[in-house]
Design a protein around this ligand. Structure first.
Ligand code: GLN
Ligand code: ZN
Length: 756
């Protein structure tokens, strides 16, 4: 029998129950027992939902309170030494200290999980790293699953990926050398699982789809040879790209099965299927775990049928990757336009598709005739819908000329004009855009949304927030102000809601990190702006102060990257459509007298293909989209951009090619390491390296920020240096925000004296 299974289920809950529980716990409203109880209830719901979808095998161990990579570090007893924890006894307080920092230690570094908008906590390795199995969490979850009577498959991050995604915290040390120390711990954990009656372990090795160096590929053989004695069956799982170049090696590994992603890399089947080893299962990811479109079941089924003819019961059917990156259940979206809704599938619906396909294999095509017909009908309805095609917009994109991507003058000329216009001190201080989103603000927005608060009262409430933010910034002595983004639920959703061709859901939440979720807009058709989206707010904010007020926009690449994007048109075309919409907004801000405009591109890097050979093509259209959005202004309008939580050093030429007058970037978590690259590359424009981490309530003192700034001033000329936090402050509360900004302004002043 062909098996229907899943690689991972969203953990946040249909109604973000995990978020509520976590945040209640952090506030002290519930205790650890209650948090664990809430998590157990969620797991139970998720397993039941998966089983009801018709899956034969359901993942266990894919749940995490904060992050699955952190859980893996804990499971391996490999928490960073600097915290001084006994790594067998990681209780909740220790666990969250690792994730969020504590008064003594900053949190573990966080970075994006491959090319997704999910963030994981980066394992830290030194030559002294030791590993000790700490399987109690996993055993607990298995016991829960057993009580439910589900057929489970345990999910682990594999040793190669765990090491590869980690970071050396000691110069000259090579983390791959830890593999021999790591493998016995994996073996131990697998033995533990076998003793508990576990049959299958899905061992995730997504690192294999990247440009993994040869030494790591060689290590893969050693690793799986060492694990081959375990009394469990290993399903070596890859996703987010192709591993076809290494098909022979993978097929020869001593594992019980392989999973490959046929949505991102459909062609790789041809590298795997011929002479597929008779002792192995092949799991095919045919349902896209990274998007929300309903599948082309007919197409998927014809691929599976062909493979089924060869592999029979050794064929497993799955989503392409974990469904962590999908919203939970379309069933909740009762307000979506019915046409649009009929084109979509969320996690639960996707599992239904997986189960349908497996049933078709097991019972014959006629058993799923109705589902195949409905899928074809939905696709036809979508492709012929008048709502997705707008010839006018396509024409405008086609008519863009190179001049539309060029500022009037070169940076040096613009810089002089801008300095003349703004006359800022050395090391100007600013923030990244958002200020604390207090419960009051959220209540107001929610009430407005539900129609309980009239527009004028909402307007006044938001203006009061802007006034408050401006007052506080003036009192703190910041040089360049922001309006605080109180009216924005999310930096992408806010724009998505106002653009034509984009729709949004009520409950389509996807975890970004920890308790933080985003609700990605769905770009279903050609995109354009209906009317100004931000101008009134920014104009009002500017009217309150003589200091420059930055207009805040989200860039085209980030809007694209953090949305679910239509799969029926090329991404670069959609990017340029969004760029044109932002360009119009920039022009309106300029007309309103706004002199600084920040176009955030935090997702710029995560759009990079996982394989370097495909980078150039992406960077070309992504840079062009940003330039089209930003280049339409006169010289003395200062364009800012902002990026965070990724490695930038390898794309510095592209970042420079954006030609933003100022870039603010997150750097404090890596102790300014990031900035050295900017120095070496001689990044030409102005830079604001973040001087403190905004993910943690910890308030760093002035000396700490000053030290970071001095470090920055060693590599960047002081005349080009700005002073700001790592990122927006919406997740913080006012007391810690004000305290930290006070220290930041003090640090800038001290630095000015030193460099005067
Ligand atoms: N302007 C946004 C904010 O401050 C930027 C957020 C981000 O980079 N993710 O919230
Ligand atoms: Zn940011």
């Amino acid at each position: 029998m062909a098996i229907a299974h899943n690689l991972g289920f969203p953990r946040i809950g249909m109604r973000r129950e995990l978020k509520s529980a976590l945040e209640s716990f952090w506030r002290g409203d519930i205790d650890g027992g209650q948090l664990r109880q809430a998590a157990a209830v969620l797991r139970k719901h998720h397993w039941s939902a998966q089983q009801e979808s018709g899956l034969n095998v359901v993942p266990v161990g894919d749940f995490a309170l904060y992050d699955h990579m952190l859980d893996m570090s804990v499971l391996l007893g490999a928490v960073p030494e600097r915290f001084g924890f006994d790594d067998r006894e990681i209780g909740l307080d220790a666990y969250f200290a690792l994730a969020r920092g504590n008064p003594a230690q900053p949190a573990m570094e966080m970075t994006k999980w491959f090319d997704t908008n999910y963030h994981y906590l980066v394992p830290e390795f030194t030559s002294r790293s030791v590993f000790r199995p700490a399987p109690s969490r996993l055993c607990q979850e298995l016991a829960e699953a057993k009580d439910l009577g589900i057929r489970s498959k345990v999910v682990l991050v594999g040793p190669i990926t765990h090491l590869y995604l980690g970071k050396e915290k000691e110069p000259g040390f090579e983390r791959l050398s830890l593999l021999p120390r790591l493998l016995p711990v994996y073996r131990d954990i697998l033995a533990n699982l076998a003793a508990l009656g576990v049959e299958w372990v899905q061992i995730d090795e997504p690192a294999l789809v990247t440009d993994l160096p040869n030494a790591w590929w060689a290590a893969l053989d050693d690793a799986y040879a060492a694990l081959s004695g375990a009394a469990v069956k290993l399903l070596l799982t890859t996703y987010f790209g192709s591993v076809s170049d290494h098909a022979a090696q993978l097929k020869a590994l001593p594992v019980a099965g392989l999973h490959i992603d046929l949505c991102r890399a459909p062609d790789q089947l041809d590298a795997f299927l011929p002479n597929y080893p008779g002792d192995k299962v092949l799991s095919l990811g045919v349902i896209d775990g990274r998007n929300i479109w309903r599948a082309d079941l007919g197409h998927a089924f014809s691929i599976l049928e062909r493979v089924h003819g060869v592999l029979r019961e050794r064929l497993w059917v799955a989503p392409s990757c974990s469904l962590l990156h999908c919203p939970v259940d379309l069933g909740q979206e009762t307000k979506l336009d019915p046409d649009l809704r009929s084109w979509l599938a969320f996690a639960v619906q996707k599992l239904g598709e997986v189960a349908t396909l497996a049933r078709g294999l097991n019972e014959g095509r006629q058993a799923i005739q109705e589902e195949l017909r409905a899928s074809a009908e939905s696709r036809h309805g979508r492709s012929t819908s008048g709502r997705i095609h707008n010839p006018g917009i396509r024409q405008r994109v086609a008519r863009l000329t190179p001049a539309d991507s060029e500022r009037q003058s070169a940076f040096a000329v613009r810089q002089k004009r801008q300095h003349g216009r703004f006359n800022l001190p050395l090391f100007p201080t600013t923030t990244i855009g958002s200020f604390p989103q207090t419960p009051g603000i959220r209540r107001m927005r929610a009430a407005f949304r539900r129609g309980e608060l009239g527009y004028l009262r909402y307007l006044e409430a938001m203006r009061a927030e802007i006034r408050l933010a401006v007052e506080k910034q003036e009192a703190l002595g910041l040089d360049v102000l922001v309006h605080g983004e109180a009216e924005r639920n999310d930096m992408v959703e806010y724009f998505g809601e106002q653009l034509e061709g984009v729709t949004f859901t009520e409950y389509g939440w996807v975890q970004s990190y920890g308790s933080r979720c985003v609700k990605p807009p769905i770009i279903f058709g050609d995109v354009c702006r209906r009317e100004p989206m931000t101008v009134d707010w920014i104009k009002y904010a500017q009217s309150l102060t003589a200091k420059p007020m930055k207009g805040m926009l989200t860039g085209p690449v980030t809007i694209l990257q953090w949305s679910f994007v239509r799969d029926d048109r090329p991404r670069p075309e959609t990017a340029l459509q969004i760029a044109l919409a932002i360009r119009e907004e920039v022009a309106d801000l300029e007309k309103a007298g706004i002199g600084m405009i920040q176009i955030d591109e935090p997702a710029f890097r995560e759009g990079l293909p996982l394989k370097k050979s495909q980078w150039d093509e992406y960077l070309q259209w992504a840079v062009r989209a940003f330039r089209v959005a930003s280049a339409g202004v006169v010289d003395d309008v200062q364009i800012h951009t902002h990026m965070c939580y990724s490695e930038f050093n390898d794309i510095l030429p592209a970042i420079a090619a954006l030609d933003a007058d100022v870039i603010t970037i997150e750097t404090s978590r890596s102790d300014m390491e990031l900035l050295e690259g900017f120095g070496r590359f001689e990044y030409p424009n102005e830079i604001g390296p973040g001087v403190y981490d905004i993910h943690s309530p910890r308030v760093p003192d002035t000396a700490e920020m000053l030290r970071l700034l001095e470090k920055a001033a060693e590599v960047i000329a002081p005349a080009r240096l700005w002073v700001n936090p790592d990122c927006g402050l919406k997740t913080r509360r006012w007391p810690e925000t004000e305290a930290a900004l006070r220290h930041m302004v003090e640090a800038a002043r001290t630095l000015r004296e030193r460099h005067a």
